[in-house]
Ligand binder design. Sequence first.
Ligand SMILES: [Zn+2]
Length: 572
Amino acid sequence: MPYLIALLFCFTSFASYAQTAENADFAPPLRIPLFLSGNFAELRSNHFHTGIDIKTAGVEGQVVQAIADGVVKRIGVSPAGYGNVLYIEHANGYTSVYGHLQSFSPAITKLVRTKQYQEKSFKVDFTPDDPLQVSKGEQIALSGNSGSSGGAHLHFEIRDTKSEHPLNPLLFKFNVKDNIPPRIRGIRFHALSDTTFINGKNEAKSFLITGDNGNYQLKAGQKIEIYGAFGISVHGIDQLNGQPNSCGLYGIELRVDDDLICAQQFDELDFETTRHINCYTDYEAFKTRAWHYHKSYLEPGNKLEIYTPTPPDRGVISIATAGAHKLNYNLSDAHGNVSKLSLSFQSIEKTPVSVDGSPKFTAYFPFDQTNTFSYPGELEVEIPKGALYDNLKFQASRQLAGTGELSPQFLVHNFYTPLQSAVMLRFDWFAIAPNLREKVVARREDPAGKLGYVAGKASAEGFEIRTKDFGKFALVLDTVAPEIIPSKYSASGAILNSRSGLRYTIRDSRAGVATYTATLNGEWILATYDAKNAALTIDVSESGFKKGKNELIIAVDDYCGNRKERRFTYTY
Ligand SMILES: [Zn+2]
């Protein structure tokens, strides 16, 4: 009975949203035909994609128009993330969002500049004081590649204004062509207990799939034999007409012997839970091989609201008797194209090999409580409640400090266990002299030897960081100031005119760029920072250069308080 209620409730709420979506009558956000390079709920690093990515013919500067009459609710400018972004609120309860813009309309630009000079900050995020109306089809911006964008495109979202939840824009009848069913690439069985065996081993195993045009089977010559509690996941993508890009799926339904095991559908997401993607996918398979598996079972800490109905037993399957079983996956896209995968597997009765009972872990951490661990006098670890998605067999080890390291190397669990929220690591000061403590940074090394740096807080107790990644950590020093390198045409002594642009590369080798300022003849001026290209640019026509000699100072600070300042003189 509870399942029936959940089913009815979800059905009615979805039906009303889909109906309004259909009647919304939005104009397209671009004036060119809509081709997508990404769609809603696509699996990305640490988040589900909350909109659609619309191609802009490989260039910036396409006209972006308001999809309906509305009010500019929010304007953002940032060196990362959405970059230049606009939020327009419409009377029908929806808000449209346009990201990675190159520039805004003149009226919006004026508001942005005023705000930036008021706050002396390139980065701003604000609601205009006076409501700024726009009408359907009005040019509001030019498309771009700003923020954390990997190429020219428009990132477009529709949100429910009240909840701010992003909704699937493809349910709003934009003219996007798609009659290609999803492609199924693999299926994976997951061992969910210590006594589960999949083809004789207590570990996850993937199987090869073959097929096309919506019909898929297990590739010949493979058998699947299972004992104990297990879960299943599927690797699939969608493609749209005329484009090679891999897009995300809309609906997934798994049945075993005709019983519904798990069904999910991406109508709506929630920024509060989007990071739960790290337990929704097979995190290790994603990290190591970029495989996008969709699990049809839920980790205990999974809070995503995409399952209708709530899966019985969280999608965990246990079959007590030996026998052959039918498995059916239905994968759909937002345009109603469906692909089917059918295969059979065997449940077996006896444990095929004996279980080694000796613990291979340092501590057992239940997922629903705060857990702590320490190397006394060296390292404290605190994993707050809500950080783990599942119970954890925590592992820790330590090695002697290597060259340039100020602490032992601590392996804090492993790189392939995801975290929902930050864990605290507090390192002892070891032999680090008090006068150097402000220059300490934690270095994290991944299994490929790639280094990352985490800035932290120095106190009497030690050096404290918060990190959303487990891994191998050691303390190192950052005493090196950031670099400021002018482009060829921005070297000191250059002669400028109103069409000139100044460009500098700014970067920091360890703790990272914290602040950047440009001062012209003693006054703060706007410098645009593009974090992905480490580029700081200044538009000469906008910056108040006076006739004759001008002095420009660029200053950059890193997170360890190292400052670089460079002076340039330019003739205008
Ligand atoms: Zn996007």
